[in-house]
Design a protein around this ligand. Structure first.
Ligand code: PGA
Length: 253
């Protein structure tokens, strides 16, 4: 953590709970994190629960994220959701290019980039995910993969817009596996991302960029991760589905 950057802790609920449970999870979370003022708290329910959760968290210190969006304005794109629809459902953030979307739904750096640009154009704050697979890491391709994802994902994003972007580093091998990157491993990649952003933009932009770590973050490891100089937050899957565990994690010391 760097005192110049406000930590951002986000829960990615994935495709796990219907809206009655989502509403309940959000209501239980509210009092547990009500006193937290020095960090951003975000929850990311499935599309069908966005409106219910937006209503539940209205006026609190919890922000709403969608887990995806489509880059077009509107039209014949069956099954897709636009930025306007997300804004209309109360979203402030949108998670883009999660590895599960890259892996199972064919997302590429190009689609990730189109989505990020559309989100920014509409005033949504993108949480842009990058991360290598185990095979890529073991083949010594970490630098190349992260570089390609960062450069490709940020293509044509202007400096002013870049101030609104959060990047999430999520090594694919650590997601949902219980295998967390060590704080040092994670920090090395965060520093690498910051270096790439510095080369693309400027030292100021790179210094201001918030980079979350994701991949089996729990109450047990959050403090060590957050103690690292380049780690500015967490994107949490499994541990965000229980209000007590997510709240405790948000309140890491
Ligand atoms: P996990 O998921 O915390 O369950 O590993 C993280 C993520 O995919 O965002």
């Amino acid at each position: 953590m760097n005192p110049k950057r406000r930590p951002i802790l986000a829960g990615n609920w994935k495709m796990n709970i219907p809206s009655t449970q989502a509403r309940e999870l959000a209501s239980k979370l509210i009092p547990l994190v009500a006193g937290v003022k020095d960090r951003d708290i975000v929850v990311g329910p499935p599309y069908t629960s966005l409106a219910a959760v937006a209503e539940t968290i209205k006026g609190t210190n919890i922000g709403l994220a969608a887990q995806n969006l489509h880059w077009e304005e509107k039209g014949a794109f069956t099954g897709e959701i636009s930025a306007d629809m997300l804004l209309d459902s109360g979203c402030k953030y949108v998670i883009i290019g999660h590895s599960e979307r890259r892996q199972y739904f064919g997302e590429t750096d190009e689609t990730v980039n189109k989505k990020a640009r559309q989100a920014l154009k509409k005033g949504l704050l993108p949480i842009l995910c990058v991360g290598e697979t185990l095979a890529e890491r073991e083949a010594g391709k970490l630098n190349e993969i992260i570089g390609r994802q960062v450069i490709g994902g940020l293509k044509d994003i202007l400096t002013d817009d870049m101030k609104k972007v959060v990047i999430a580093y999520e090594p694919v091998w650590a997601i949902g596996t219980g295998k967390t990157a060590t704080p040092e491993q994670a920090n090395d990649v965060h520093a690498l991302i910051r270096q790439k952003v510095k080369a693309l933009y400027s030292a100021d932009i790179a210094e201001g960029l918030r980079i979350q770590y994701g991949g089996s973050v729990t109450l047990e490891n959050v403090s060590q991760l957050m103690a690292m100089p380049d780690i500015d937050g967490a994107l949490v899957g499994g541990a965000s589905l229980k209000p007590e565990s997510f709240a405790a994690l948000v309140k890491f010391k």
